[in-house]
Design a protein around this ligand. Structure first.
Ligand code: ADP
Length: 204
C-alpha cells in the first residue's frame, strides 16, 4: 500500500496515518514529526526548520525533500507507506512523483480529509492544552489554515486529475473516518485493478 494523507491541520492525519499503517502493515511517515525531530537535533538546519514550524510557515521544499526522501525510499522497498503531510506543495508533489516513477512505486491513493474550519480550529486549540506544540496557538493556527488553503489546497485538483483522489469527511469520530477511507480505497482499487494490493483482512 502506498497512500498519501492530504489534510488541513487538525483534520486527523496523524491519527488516521497510525491506524492505516497498522492495518496495512506499512510504515507511517509523518512529515511534521520527522521535521520536528530534525529541528530538535539543533544545528543550523534544525534551527531553520524550527523557525518555520513555529511561525506556521512551510519548511522550504528542498529541505523537506532532503529529510523525507530517504525515509520514503526505504519504506517503499519494504512494502509501502502511509505518507502524512508530504507532499504538501506542487513542487514537492512533482519531485516525489518523478522519484516514485523512477523506482516503480507510484502513489495508489491520495486521501483528502476535510472538515469545516471551525471544527479544525477547535480541535487544535484542544490539543494545545494537552501537548503544548509551539505552533498550536490561535494566531499561528489561523496562519497554518491559510497556508493549507493557498499552498496545499492545489494538490486536491492535482491528484483528482491523476484519478487517485479519495475525499473523506473528517468531521466524524476517528473510527468512522477510517471506515470512510477504507470504503473509498476499495472503490478506488476496484476501478484501477492494476493498482490492486492484497492484504489480510482487507477483503480483496
Ligand atoms: P499540521 O498539519 O497539524 O500543521 P504537521 O505536524 O503535519 O501538523 O506539520 C507541522 C509543520 O511542519 C507545518 O506547519 C510545517 O511548518 C512543517 N511541515 C510538515 N510537513 C511539511 C511539508 N511537506 N512541507 C513543508 N513543511 C512541512
Amino acid at each position: 500500500m502506498r497512500l498519501l494523507l492530504l489534510a488541513p491541520p487538525g483534520a486527523g492525519k496523524g491519527t488516521q496515518g497510525q491506524r492505516l499503517a497498522a492495518r496495512f502493515g506499512v510504515r507511517h511517515i509523518a512529515a511534521g514529526d520527522l521535521l520536528r525531530a530534525e529541528a530538535g537535533a539543533g544545528g543550523p538546519l534544525g534551527r531553520e526548520i524550527a523557525a518555520h514550524q513555529a511561525r506556521g510557515d512551510l519548511v522550504p521544499d528542498q529541505i523537506v525533500l532532503d529529510v523525507l526522501t530517504p525515509a520514503v525510499v526505504a519504506a517503499a522497498a519494504q512494502g509501502g507507506y502511509i505518507l502524512d503531510g508530504f507532499p504538501r506543495t506542487l513542487p514537492q508533489a512533482t519531485a516525489a512523483a518523478e522519484l516514485a516513477a523512477r523506482l516503480g512505486v507510484t502513489l495508489q491513493a491520495a486521501v483528502y480529509l476535510h472538515a469545516p474550519g471551525k471544527v479544525l480550529t477547535r480541535r487544535l486549540l484542544d490539543r494545545a492544552s494537552q501537548d503544548g506544540r509551539a505552533d498550536d496557538k490561535a494566531d499561528v493556527i489561523r496562519h497554518r489554515l491559510e497556508v493549507f488553503a493557498e499552498t496545499t489546497g492545489p494538490l486536491v485538483p492535482y491528484y483528482t486529475q491523476r484519478g487517485i483522489l479519495i475525499a473523506v469527511d473528517a468531521d466524524q469520530p476517528p473510527e468512522s473516518v477510517t471506515a470512510g477511507i477504507l470504503a473509498g480505497l476499495s472503490g478506488q482499487l476496484a476501478r484501477a485493478p492494476a493498482l490492486q494490493v492484497r492484504h489480510p483482512g482487507y477483503g480483496n
